[in-house]
Design a protein around this ligand. Structure first.
Ligand SMILES: Nc1ncnc2c1ncn2[C@@H]1O[C@H](COP(=O)(O)OP(=O)(O)OP(=O)(O)O)[C@@H](O)[C@H]1O
Length: 364
């Protein structure tokens, strides 16, 4: 006759089975984690995310415990930029006063003064903003400055992480973007090259990609209907024509950030050189005229090169050797017109070789 177990024996057995299950679960989890080739980068992202959120808690009193975030939210949070780290403000952008003024009125003021008109749905910031135009003309700069001026947290979303190769991960990450942004609000989710993952849907789309896009839009709509939500998706693109029409509709505020005109280039030159000393012979009007087709980023590069030319001349002694100037105590000479022109000619030449020289006169 089989022996019946006493109550304490049954309890012991249950306890042993429970302990064995827990140990097996964690051992297997540990093993699978390490088998995942992205384990190390995920861990690094998690550590970075925790660090950034703790900093937000310190400087802005954000009450968010990183331990309450799920793995996917932590991956997204690793792209969080803390306002203290945003060094850009409106003052660092030249020649784009019109765009700045509109963003100030439509995004920054409603967010900064949201307590004033809590019940007005008309004075709400748009849930989507699109900045479009050629590379290097200040789209990222504008997005960061808007976050800074609006006192908003900034998630610089890298679209590559949303296209995770593991089935189902993309959707979870897309959902994490919005749940995290809501916890961090007021918050801007910035997506550079937004057309690369929200391009017009077509039949060749992988099923998982199509589902991720649909889910992204549903979550975005969820934000729009949530009263008082201060999460803004800000997209930047060089190819607005490639964007899905449904996405376009979700970004009612759209701004063209084009190649600067001669007048705008002059303003950018003045701004970039405002911290430098330059000689009396520098004619900024002339250099602004010459640099037709240059972006703001090109102008910065031109000035940086001019500064390199200046230092190179300074380091050369009279015989032209690459040796420091006598006893190295002479003050650094100011940037000269010659330095700027040498830099301009160098850039023009390299652009001719790479075919990047703009010959379209419409921007001026
Ligand atoms: N209007 C501007 N005023 C001052 N600096 C500018 C301006 N436009 C561009 N720059 C300079 O060029 C750099 C690059 O600009 P930014 O990254 O904002 O361009 P972008 O339009 O986002 O380009 P991309 O499409 O390549 O991301 C800036 O960090 C800044 O130094």
């Amino acid at each position: 006759m089989p022996k019946t177990l006493s109550q304490s024996e049954i309890l012991q057995l249950v306890l042993r089975i429970s302990i064995a299950s827990v140990v097996s679960y964690y051992s297997l989890k540990w093993m699978f984690d390490r088998l995942d080739p992205t384990y190390k980068s995920k861990k690094k992202a998690r550590d970075k995310a925790e660090h950034q959120i703790k900093r937000l808690g310190g400087s802005e009193g954000l009450e968010l415990n990183p331990a309450t975030l799920n793995d996917h939210e932590l991956v997204i949070a690793s792209h969080l930029v803390v306002p203290d780290d945003i060094t850009v403000s409106w003052d660092d952008i030249a020649g784009l006063d019109g765009v700045i003024e509109e963003l100030r009125e439509s995004v920054v003021l409603p967010i900064r003064h949201r307590h004033l008109l809590q019940n007005s749905q008309l004075w709400e910031a748009p849930k989507g903003v699109l900045l479009h135009g050629p590379p290097g003309c200040g789209k990222t700069l504008i997005a960061k400055a808007t976050a800074k001026e609006g006192g908003m947290r900034f998630i610089n979303l890298d679209v590559a992480i949303l296209t995770d190769k593991w089935y189902g991960e993309s959707q979870k990450l897309a959902s994490a973007v919005f749940t995290l942004a809501s916890k961090l609000q007021p918050c801007i989710v910035f997506i550079d090259e937004i057309e690369s993952f929200l391009r017009s849907r077509n039949v060749q789309d992988h099923e998982a990609t199509a589902m991720m896009k649909t889910q992204f839009m549903m979550l975005w709509d969820g934000l729009s209907t949530k009263a008082g939500s201060t999460v803004i998706v800000m997209g930047a693109t060089n190819r607005p024509q490639d964007l899905d029409k449904a996405i376009m509709r979700r970004m009612p505020a759209q701004f063209h950030v084009g190649l600067p005109t001669e007048e705008q280039r002059l303003k950018i030159f003045r701004l970039v050189l405002s911290t430098e000393t330059f000689s009396d012979d520098v004619d900024l009007n002339r250099i602004a005229k010459l640099t037709h087709g240059f972006s703001g980023s090109d102008i910065r590069e031109l000035c940086r090169n001019a500064s390199v030319f200046r230092i190179r001349n300074y380091m050369r002694n009279g015989s032209g050797n690459q040796t420091p100037s006598p006893n190295g105590t002479e003050p650094l000479p100011p940037i000269s017109m010659d330095n700027l022109l040498s830099s301009f000619n160098k850039m023009k030449e390299s652009r001719m070789h790479t075919g990047l020289l703009v010959t379209d006169n419409s921007v001026d």
